[in-house]
Design a protein around this ligand. Structure first.
Ligand SMILES: [Zn+2]
Length: 63
């Protein structure tokens, strides 16, 4: 029997799943999210760049 997962969101700060429309799971996450937002954006950008690079390399070897 498969249990249905209720409508939920993932916290923009810690990634924890939580119920509701909020972007954050708690006030702590909301309060601290501003500090690391730029850092996180940069980390995401780097991750994205690495993903693209790996994809290109994979395509090159598969090509
Ligand atoms: Zn959180």
């Amino acid at each position: 029997m498969v249990e249905k997962i209720p409508q939920h969101r993932h916290c923009s700060r810690c990634g924890k799943a939580h119920l509701g429309e909020d972007r954050f799971c708690s006030d702590d996450c909301r309060a601290t999210s501003g500090d690391s937002l730029k850092k996180k954006k940069r980390q995401l950008l780097i991750l994205y760049a690495i993903t693209v690079a790996v994809l290109i390399i994979a395509l090159f070897f598969l090509g």
